[in-house]
Ligand binder design. Structure first.
Ligand code: SF4
Length: 76
């Protein structure tokens, strides 16, 4: 599974980073995803898609479900 964030819709509340800091990182009040080695993908949008480690998939799904901006997207 891969994940990306649409920064145009992100409210910057930081819920995703609280739930799963190994995958999400706040930068200038917007959320970005990290690659499994921890590198943030600051280009953003669908061009910045990161693999979701199996161990944190549930947390990433929770973040996507609870995201107030509805801007966390998961793809096979
Ligand atoms: S939970 Fe959603 S709206 Fe909130 S910071 Fe994360 S991506 Fe942005």
């Amino acid at each position: 599974m891969k994940v990306w964030v649409d920064q145009d819709l992100c409210t910057g509340d930081g819920l995703c980073e609280e739930l799963c800091p190994s995958v999400f990182v706040l930068h200038d009040s917007l959320s970005y995803v990290r690659t499994p080695d921890g590198s943030p993908l600051f280009a953003g949008g669908s061009m910045s898609m990161a693999d979701v480690p199996e161990a944190v998939l549930d947390k990433v799904l929770d973040a996507a479900e609870d995201c107030p901006g509805e801007c966390i997207f998961l793809e096979p």
